[in-house]
Design a protein around this ligand. Structure first.
Ligand SMILES: Nc1ncnc2c1ncn2[C@@H]1O[C@H](COP(=O)(O)OP(=O)(O)OP(=O)(O)O)[C@@H](O)[C@H]1O
Ligand SMILES: [Mg+2]
Length: 238
């Protein structure tokens, strides 16, 4: 569904993505991992057309995205940092998004899943960090899409919200949805991801299942396997 060929992105002299291929398997959950600043958000924004790659091509359903912005309606996106006018009430924000999209969304199930009913009449500035994240998650899933791209979806969520979100994602996967998720929470990767892509220094350092990743480093814990890779790379650099 989404295919990336030879993607490169520089910000001035900084080469963030150094040319690699990447594709999302339909109906799978793919986790993109990598240390802070490794280019995960840049990759996601490139797929959404919010960042223009310096070179390379991105295809959605076989068509280059450059020529057609309609594909974006097929992607539910949860940004890592979402900013909206602080004086809007939660309910008003949902309506605003529906107006922009020209389509009625279904927020009820998600509002009840995260017990947000009493926050609907609160202004965004009054919300705690985790509650804001729940509101952002509601907006991501309000509209039915074949693909969901979630950039650090669990930021600030309490354990109950985290379990609800995981179950919700697995339910959507059962319905055939395709996911791209970035996270630093290895439990999430172990529990959800069919495949993981590990970005390091602008390239795909590893691609495979989490068990393959652990085997490759001779570790029985994903977090330790990743820490081992990073320590080896650090040792090379110094
Ligand atoms: N608009 C921009 N202008 C200049 N540099 C940028 C811009 N956006 C990102 N960068 C730089 O590109 C690199 C990759 O950033 P990116 O946000 O993609 O990393 P990330 O893997 O998502 O990190 P994190 O785990 O912290 O979310 C960083 O060095 C960042 O400072
Ligand atoms: Mg990021």
């Amino acid at each position: 569904m989404i295919e990336i060929k030879g993607i490169k992105k520089n910000f001035g002299k900084l080469e963030v993505l150094k040319g690699f291929d990447f594709s999302l398997s339909d109906g799978n959950i793919t986790a993109v991992l990598g240390p802070n600043g490794s280019g995960k958000t840049t990759l996601i924004k490139s797929i959404l057309g919010l960042v223009l790659p310096s070179s390379g091509e991105i295809f959605f359903d076989g068509k280059p995205i450059k020529k057609d912005w309609e594909y974006r309606r097929n992607i539910g996106y949860l940004p890592q940092i979402a900013r909206f006018p602080e004086n809007l009430k939660v309910r008003e924000l949902f309506s605003l998004i529906e107006d922009i999209r020209g389509e009625e969304g279904n927020s009820e199930e998600l509002v009840s899943m995260f017990k947000l009913e009493s926050f609907l009449t609160k202004k965004l500035r009054q919300l705690s960090g985790g509650t804001r994240q729940k509101v952002n998650i509601v907006m991501t899933f309000m509209f039915d899409s074949p693909v969901y791209i979630l950039d650090e979806p669990t930021t600030g969520l309490d354990p109950i919200a985290l379990i609800r979100l995981k179950d919700f994602i697995l339910e959507k996967k059962k319905q055939g949805k395709t996911f791209l998720i970035t996270t630093h929470i290895m439990r999430l990767v172990e529990e959800l991801a069919d495949e993981l892509i590990f970005l390091l220094e602008g390239k795909v350092y590893f691609k495979g299942t989490h068990s393959e990743m652990m085997e490759s480093q001779n570790e029985d814990n994903l977090e330790r396997a990743i820490a081992k890779i990073l320590e080896k790379e650090d040792a090379k650099d110094s």
